[in-house]
Write a protein that binds this ligand. Structure first.
Ligand code: PTJ
Length: 260
């Protein structure tokens, strides 16, 4: 087992947080949770995080509050877990699942049974009781989807009304939407097909955003449906994405002004 604590990073390094996140993924890769391509996907995410100033924008916080309300209003909400998520925030996934009564399903783009099992074991180590997507007899195929993500659990994503898909590929997001499901995503790239297709797009690093999602879920957990529905009705995802892109643009312009 690769020991993340053995990595010796200077504690006063100005980019310590970002380096620690990288190390989680490297450890996840060495321990069989993360696929090589996941490391590259993280690199793309990091680049966008830089443009956000590596902090959660107010638009991300608004999307997160809406996501919490949607999870509470759902009949059968599911969190879809891939290799990167399992390595980055397993404890938070389990905590969110407990607070919002959302089931966890492992679903991989680069399918591999051994890695799937390692991911499930890691989630169990962090307190997960039930993990969907593991039993062959429960597998169902989403018609019209070519990638391995088409294999879903009949008691999970297949019949879910709400699916949280962090770090997703666009194809499945589009397909799940066509099937009438409400989709929540964490994606640092506001231009990705997933971001553009989802119902609630959280443009934030999942490592930061999921902590806020847990916090706000705890805060609104005892609110009634009328209160929750108002949050959802007041939210405009397209507008929120547009404002996030404007914020990124302003961040870039600030740098030019500083240069002049
Ligand atoms: O474990 P698997 O086999 O299911 O594969 C997982 C990956 C992530 C490799 C797979 O889903 C994939 O290739 O994803 P994409 O198409 O690269 O999309 C990932 C998206 O997540 C990109 O838009 C990235 O910018 C974004 N992203 C990467 N890291 C983060 C992120 N968004 C939020 N938080 C991050 N930490």
């Amino acid at each position: 087992m690769y020991d993340i604590n053995a990595i010796n990073l200077p504690k006063n390094h100005p980019r310590l947080k970002s380096l620690l996140i990288r190390d989680k993924l490297v450890a996840g890769f060495k321990n069989g949770l993360v696929v090589q391509q996941g490391l590259m996907a993280h690199g793309r995410g990091e680049a966008f995080d830089y443009l956000l100033g590596e902090k959660s924008m107010k638009y991300a916080k608004l999307a997160i509050k809406t996501a919490a309300a949607v999870l509470f209003l759902a009949k059968l909400p599911i969190i879809s877990v891939n290799g990167n998520i399992a390595a980055l925030c397993p404890r938070e996934i389990v905590e969110l699942s407990n607070i919002t009564n959302t089931k966890i399903e492992v679903n991989l783009f680069y399918h591999n049974e051994k890695r799937k099992q390692a991911i499930a074991n890691n989630l169990k180590k962090h307190g997960a009781k039930e993990i969907l997507g593991m039993k062959i007899e429960s597998h169902k195929h989403i018609k019209g989807l070519e990638s391995s993500r088409k294999v879903v659990d009949k008691d999970g994503i297949y019949k879910a009304d709400v699916v949280l898909v962090p770090l997703e590929d666009g194809d499945r997001c589009i397909k799940l939407k066509q099937l009438g499901k409400t989709i929540i995503t964490f994606d640092l790239n506001p231009f990705s097909r997933t971001s553009q297709t989802a119902d609630i797009t959280i443009i934030d690093n999942v490592v930061r955003g999921i902590i806020e999602l847990i916090r706000i879920s705890k805060k609104i957990s005892n609110k009634d449906d009328k209160y929750l529905r108002k949050i959802v009705n007041d939210f405009d995802n397209k507008k929120n994405i547009a404002l996030s892109i404007l914020q990124i643009n302003n961040n870039l312009l600030k740098n030019i002004i500083n240069y002049e």
